[in-house]
Design a protein around this ligand. Structure first.
Ligand SMILES: [Zn+2]
Length: 484
């Protein structure tokens, strides 16, 4: 079946495996992976490629937290790490091209990447010819809202699948095996974005874990009919099979009372439907305005979130918190205690969009939140190629790299934390099993392989090197299978 599919696409599976086994890796961009040819731009139908064979060993890799001069063999069984042992050169002898053993030729192997927060229905609006008249002219938040609303009115299943599929394929090629994907639900798009997201979730099953957030970007208690339609649709969406998370955007409400109503309503919905919760919250830099995070924590206690086994709560953006004094950070950390509350910094979007009249910018210092105060936190891409974030790609590692400069976090320890922010910490936030930088037995065999460079000494050898300079061809392994 797999062979027939690939043969129809002009691909000889054994030949391609042989290239990988013996080092003749393709040098074309990752999106032209020989295993998974990209869909044509017109295609909206789901063509589910076969998974490659399961690997039992990856030979001769460099690993995080091991001396970069040493090589290791990673044994895999049933999709998890079985053992990590010093490299045995004899294991290479007699390797057959079709073997389930992958010779990595001294490439650097690390845990795979994860999008803690990405919008699946809004990517590539600036490059898709269907929306080419909607370009940025003043670069304001209001304009971004206006342009995106105009684009949403034209959304159809065909372009939602095409753009969403491109986002997931590109992410896979960057080493992403899990993502929290936001799709909007409101009177303009109805259930269309959600249904396209759920289709893509099924299409990529086994290659990438796509967690779907039914997301109210529009107000739940302001605007047309006091938000009644959005609430009705969100309630319906939260009941759809395959929806993992619900989310809202309290700051778009008309006043503080309604922001609080929004919070209470979405917490109740998440509890009622047994979903995780993910909020876009405190997205401003107004020191006069009290952060809503305090109200969110109050609602959390009021509804007995922990007592009712409420799932994880994530708060995104939170730029207002950048104005906190040290005492307020400590108070926040104490208020959260052991509650399952985490934060996600979205620096690419914040730095572009979040600025005051006098030119001040702000984005959560996620490194400091983790290292100094002990918060659960991650960083993420948020938007790709639209008016909210025109710059950047879907590579989460590029956001970790941005963090080195923005947080002035350049030590090896900082690099480990920044990498975890787009890997294990992000997966933890999504409630998923994850592998650590130690690659311990029993952890999922979800990896990204940073391939060998033509100039051997430029081949990546450590986490710090891939965070400082993420540019590298990559291979992605999920559950012990090569998936990109
Ligand atoms: Zn977002």
């Amino acid at each position: 079946m797999a062979g027939a599919y690939l043969a129809a696409a002009g691909i000889n599976l054994d030949e391609e495996m042989s290239k990988i086994q013996f080092g003749s890796l393709p040098t074309a961009p990752q999106s032209s992976s020989p295993f998974y040819p990209p869909q044509t731009s017109q295609s909206s139908s789901a063509v589910r490629p076969p998974l490659s064979r399961a690997l039992t060993k990856v030979l001769g890799v460099r690993l995080p937290r091991k001396p970069s001069s040493t090589l290791w063999d990673v044994s895999i069984s049933d999709g998890v790490v079985e053992a990590v042992t010093p490299h045995d050169p004899a294991a290479r002898l007699g390797l057959r091209p079709t073997s389930s053993i992958l010779d990595a030729h001294e490439a650097f192997l690390a845990p795979s990447l994860c999008h803690a927060h990405i919008h699946l229905d809004k990517p590539f609006l600036l490059s898709d010819s269907k929306f080419s008249d909607l370009s940025i002219t003043d670069g304001s938040f209001d304009e971004a809202m206006t342009l995106t609303t105009a684009a949403k009115e034209r959304f159809e299943e065909e372009d939602l699948l095409r753009r969403g599929r491109a986002l997931i394929e590109e992410s896979l090629a960057f080493g992403v095996t899990a993502m929290r994907a936001f799709v909007e639900v409101d009177g303009t798009v109805g259930m269309m974005d959600l249904d396209a997201g759920l289709k893509l979730k099924r299409e990529f099953e086994g290659r990438c874990e796509v967690q779907i957030v039914a997301f109210a970007q529009l107000a739940l208690f302001s605007g047309r009919n006091g938000g009644e339609e959005v609430r009705r649709l969100m309630r319906e969406a939260a009941g759809r099979e395959g929806v993992d998370v619900v989310g809202s955007t309290p700051y778009v409400e008309a006043d503080l009372d309604r922001e609080k109503q929004n919070l209470k309503w979405i917490f109740d919905l998440a509890l009622e439907k047994g979903k995780m919760l993910d909020l876009h919250i405190d997205y401003h830099l107004d020191v006069e305005k009290e952060p809503l995070v305090w109200d969110a924590l109050e609602v959390l206690r009021e509804v007995n979130w922990e007592g009712k086994a409420g799932k994880s709560v994530c708060m995104g953006h939170c730029t207002r918190l950048t104005l906190f004094e040290e005492s307020e950070w400590r108070r926040l950390r104490e208020s959260i205690g052991s509650m399952p509350v985490s934060f996600v910094g979205l620096p690419t979007s914040d730095l572009y969009m979040m600025r005051t009249q006098d030119g001040r910018k702000g984005t959560l210092n996620v490194s400091e939140m983790i290292e100094k105060y002990g918060f659960q936190a991650a960083v993420a891409v948020n938007n790709v190629g639209n008016a909210y974030t025109p710059q950047g790609s879907s590579d989460p590692l590029s956001v970790a790299s941005l963090g080195v400069g923005v947080y002035q976090a350049g030590t090896k320890k900082d690099a480990d934390v920044l990498y975890e922010c787009v890997s294990s910490r992000a997966k933890h936030m999504l409630g998923l099993a994850h592998s650590s930088l130690d690659l311990l037995p029993g952890e999922p065999a979800d990896f990204v392989l940073f391939e060998r460079e033509e100039v051997a000494w430029r081949t990546k050898k450590s986490i710090a090197e891939v965070v400082y300079d993420p540019q590298s061809r990559r291979r992605t392994i999920k559950g012990g299978r090569l998936v990109a």
